[in-house]
Structure formats: C-alpha cells, structure tokens
Ligand binder design. Structure first.
Ligand code: HEC
Length: 235
C-alpha cells in the first residue's frame, strides 16, 4: 500500500493526525519546561532539571525549581542544597537552615498556613522531604500509567503511517524499534533515577531520542504524503 496514493479523505485524516502530533510535541516541551526550569532561559530539558524531578529529594527539588523564587539569594539556595546533599543533619538544620526557612518559607509552610500540605516548622516535619528521593511512588505510578498508554498509541499510530510510506524497509524498522525502545527506557529511567543520580543521563538521552525520532517520522511522512508525490507520478 502507498500512503500518497490513498484517497484524499484518508490523506487528510493522516495529515491532521501528524500535524496534531507535532503540536503535541511542542506543547509537551513547553510543559516540561514550565514545570521545572531551574536555569531561567534554558529552552531544553537539561540534566539539572531531570535530576531535580526524578532523583533529588522533595526539598532539594522545590528550592531548585518551583520554590526558588521565595529565596532571597544564591547563598541561601546553596546553604539548603549543601545541607540536603550532606544528608540533612539535625544540628546543622537548627543552626543554618531554620533561620532561612523562618524568614522565607514559614508564612506559607508554618503552623497556621500549610500550603501544599507541607510543613517546614521543625526538623521532624522536614526529614521525610530530605530523605526520600525522586518522585513519590504514587506520582510515578500515575505518570507511568498514562505515558505507557499515551506513548504506545502515539508510536503505534505514527509508525503505522510511516510504514505505509515509500521509504526503505530498513528506515521503517529502525525508526519503529528506536521509538518504542526510547519510550520504554525513558519510563524505566524515571524509576531507576530514584536509586542513582547518574540515571538522569539515560532519561535525558532517551527523551531527546524519542522526540527526535517522532519529529523525523512526522516530517518524512508529511513529505511522502504531499511533497514527494509529484516525483512518483511523473515517473
Ligand atoms: C507564597 C507561599 C509560599 C512560599 C513563600 C513558599 N511556598 Fe512552598 N509551596 C507553596 C505551595 C502553594 C505549594 C504546593 C504547590 C506547589 O508545589 O507549587 C508548595 C509546595 C512546596 C513543597 C512541596 C513540593 C513537592 O514537590 O511536593 C516544598 C518542599 C516547598 N513548598 C518548600 C518551600 C520552601 C523551602 C520555601 C522557602 C524557600 C517555600 N516552599 C516557600 C507555597 C509557598
């Protein structure tokens, strides 16, 4: 079967699907970026962002990302990060960390107001936020659940379309295998990153590979549908 030779309504439907997919890619990139962007202005997901989301403790992640704006300067940020990385010592907490939290955070995470159900009043409240690493299991299960189905259906749709194009079988096999493998490795990486920071590299590479593969499939399919058509009809 040949994609470009299919009736116009089917070609239109396929075109809408791949154009929507391309828009979806852009939106998901914006989402990842607005969700977590420790270094302002950095347009692509980077290692620090990924480690913050999948490997660091909730406190480390919060001060590096969403709660960073509440800190006055980099020294305060460094003090909290160093304290998290050294394991969250109790004495050091009351000496160095509590004064910062009192000033910057407790009006939202104190006794009366407890935003996000997070209390930062004393070491006991804070300990789980420093000891646990990565995303909470409940969040990971939810994220894994909808990504397994989402990736599965998206990749199936795109690779089926690509398999109806006139490109070589080798290109079809490679792009199909790479897309599914990258998606699977990406999801497994979210879990493995709880155990080691270095897995963030795997998440970054598999995520970028998946995006690139989808982009290639979308562009090549679009070319085959509408641009390369005249070449074959002239033959
Ligand atoms: C203006 C109010 C406000 C201030 C000030 C504030 N927070 Fe928050 N914080 C929130 C809200 C609302 C949430 C829940 C929603 C969210 O995660 O953005 C939250 C969530 C959190 C979480 C949980 C994040 C997670 O991943 O579950 C942590 C940890 C946290 N804040 C730490 C801090 C620290 C440390 C400071 C001080 C540097 C601070 N917050 C200052 C409002 C505030």
């Amino acid at each position: 079967m040949n994609l470009a030779a299919l009736p116009l309504p089917i070609k239109l439907s396929v075109t809408f699907f791949i154009v929507l997919t391309a828009c979806g890619l852009v939106v998901s990139e914006i989402l990842v970026h607005s969700d977590l962007h420790p270094e302002r202005g950095c347009p692509l997901p980077n290692l620090t962002m990924i480690k913050a989301k999948y490997s660091y403790s909730p406190l480390y992640r919060a001060v590096l990302t969403t709660m960073r704006k509440h800190l006055e300067n980099k020294l305060e940020l460094k003090a909290i990060i160093d304290w998290c990385q050294s394991g969250g010592d109790r004495t050091e907490f009351y000496e160095k960390i509590a004064p910062i939290l009192n000033q910057r955070c407790l009006h939202c995470h104190g006794k009366n107001i407890c935003r996000g159900d997070v209390s930062l009043r004393n070491w006991g409240d804070l300990a789980p936020l420093v000891i646990n690493r990565g995303l909470p299991v409940a969040k990971l299960i939810r994220q894994t659940h909808y990504h397994i189905f989402g990736f599965g259906i998206l990749i199936l749709g795109l690779t089926l379309i690509f398999n109806l194009t006139r490109y070589s079988n080798r290109a079809k096999i490679w792009l199909t295998v790479i897309a599914y493998t990258a998606a699977l490795v990406n999801i497994l990486g979210w879990w493995a990153a709880k155990l080691s920071h270095t897995v963030a590299v795997v998440i970054l590479i598999s995520g970028l590979t998946l995006m690139l593969t989808i982009t290639i499939i979308v562009v090549l399919s679009f070319l085959d549908l509408w641009v390369l058509k005249q070449v074959t009809s002239a033959e």
